[in-house]
Every structure is written in structure tokens, then in C-alpha cells.
Design a protein around this ligand. Structure first.
Ligand SMILES: [Zn+2]
Length: 192
């Protein structure tokens, strides 16, 4: 036992002192490669590059779909209550404007929640109400109660606590649904 300990200690000291010369030094490799492997959970750099590339592509795809979905949905919100000339009343003030000059404003602010494409939680608003008055929320709340009643209004508020991750397939369905609805709505507007 003593012999083992002394041998072990001697070898340990030898290793510490003669590390570069002992021929058994583990290969460390290029420090930048080592850093890249650490950053990617041990994957070789080529694999890391491929993963980063495909990840970026997926991200851009969903972002782009979300943008397209919002374009169609926002158009629907502004057109659904527009008159035959394409004019619509602001949900929270007496301003009446051409649908293209109006905005689609959310009842519960923030675009990361499940209310993003909820037809009840998004209404036509003028620029002043949506931007300057930050949604004009007190009037918005009163108007929600008038239009949908307390239960639905509270449900839309509750939904704000849910974090929704939109999948590409869901976004594609939203784009298609509102594209068709918008086409129909535009047909009913004589002046467009
Ligand atoms: Zn307004």
C-alpha cells in the first residue's frame, strides 16, 4: 500500500514537472476549435456551422410567416366593419378613416401572447388611439364589454398570460384563411 502511494506520488510529480516531455500529454488541439466545440456541446465545427445555418433558416421562415399572417389578419380586422367605401370607425374614438389609414390595435398590448390573432382582442383603431394613447385601454375595455360582454372580455384578458409559440403550419393556415376572407370582403367594397 505504502509502495503504491509512493509510486503514485512520484508519478504524479513526474507528470506535473515533465508534462510536455512524457509523450502521454493529451492533445488539446487548436484552442479556437476547443472553444467552438464547447459552445456547440461538443459538435465538430463543421456540424456547428451547418446547425447554425439551418437554425437561422428556420427562424427566418417562421418570422416571415408571422409577418405575412399579421398582414392578412390586420387587413381583415380593418376591413370587416368597413362600409362599402372602405371607411371604418375607430373602436375607441369617433374618428372614421379609410381602412388603409387605420390600424389593427390589440386590446391586451404585446405581440408575444396568444391574443395575437384573436379576432375579439384586435380591433380597428386610428393611429392616435393605437400609438399616442397606447391603445386607449380604458375606452377599449368599455367597448369590449359592450361588444362581447364581460365573460368574453375577461377570457381575452386571461389569454394574455399564455405564451403562445406559433408553428409554421398554424401561421400558414392563418395566412390562407384571412387571404380568402379578405378577398371576399374587398369584393363588397364598391370603391376599391
Ligand atoms: Zn381613435
Amino acid at each position: 500500500m505504502n509502495r503504491w502511494n509512493s509510486t503514485f506520488k512520484a508519478k504524479k510529480a513526474d507528470f506535473a514537472q515533465n508534462r510536455p516531455q512524457n509523450g502521454r500529454r493529451p492533445k488539446v488541439g487548436n484552442p479556437s476549435n476547443a472553444r467552438a466545440r464547447l459552445a456547440t456541446g461538443g459538435n465538430p465545427p463543421q456540424m456547428a456551422r451547418l446547425k447554425a445555418k439551418s437554425g437561422k433558416k428556420r427562424g427566418t421562415g417562421t418570422k416571415s410567416l408571422k409577418k405575412k399572417a399579421w398582414k392578412q389578419f390586420s387587413m381583415f380586422i380593418r376591413l370587416r366593419e368597413a362600409d362599402f367605401e372602405g371607411y371604418v370607425l375607430c373602436f375607441t374614438c369617433p374618428k372614421r378613416g379609410f381602412w388603409k389609414e387605420m390600424q389593427a390595435g390589440h386590446f391586451v398590448r404585446g405581440r408575444l401572447n396568444a391574443n395575437l390573432f384573436d379576432e375579439r382582442g384586435c380591433q380597428a383603431q386610428c393611429y392616435s388611439c393605437n400609438i399616442h394613447r397606447q391603445g386607449n385601454v380604458i375606452v377599449y375595455y368599455k367597448m369590449m364589454l359592450l361588444k362581447y360582454g364581460e365573460e368574453t372580455t375577461e377570457e381575452v384578458i386571461r389569454q394574455n398570460n399564455e405564451t403562445k409559440k406559433w408553428l409554421p403550419g398554424e401561421l400558414a393556415s392563418i395566412i390562407e384563411k384571412y387571404r380568402i376572407l379578405n378577398e371576399e370582403l374587398l369584393k363588397t367594397k364598391e370603391a376599391l
